[in-house]
Design a protein around this ligand. Sequence first.
Ligand code: PRP
Length: 188
Amino acid sequence: MSLPRPYEELLSEVLVTEEQLKKRIPELGAQISRDYAGEDLVLICILRGGVMFLTDLMRHITIPHSVDFMAVSSYGAGARETTGQVRITLDLTMNISGRNVLLVEDIVDSGNTIASVLAFLESRQPKTLKVCSLLDKAESRQSEVPIHYTGFVIPNKFVFGYGLDLDEYYRNLPFIGVVDPKKYTPPN
Ligand code: PRP
């Protein structure tokens, strides 16, 4: 197996800088803290892309809250893109019935993942169910989904870093970068 290339060889531009993230995420945390003041709150993160955002966001949420995780995958090759169907591969450990649930995502692209997850969680009868996404690729939407808290609306570009992977690498980058299509070849 060949080693991944340094990210600099694949990057065309930095779309959201580390400084922008460090400014915006505390703003989101403050807003969430105000909106849920005096309420019970559970954050749900969809593995794996949302983890970096979750851990930074929760440091700026000043009210007590719980955290739980879930994971999803497509039903078959291409199914997620074409039908929007996702399968729950890791269920919650917590009971969310009657609780205020805030879904924390790194990116809403087609919206198919969030649409499926919202339907799944709604069946568990939370008190409220809202969405916080760091990135909103608004022009790519296939499924209309509500996003109650948005970090940045971004253009339809192939992005990586800050939790988002490129072939499962580079999630550790402290910024959101754009992949240069001239330098990147997808694996077979
Ligand atoms: C990404 C991201 C969202 C989803 C958004 O996950 O974390 O869950 O895609 O895309 P959509 O709006 O078109 O459904 P990915 O499948 O890359 O898995 P990962 O989180 O493990 O990187």
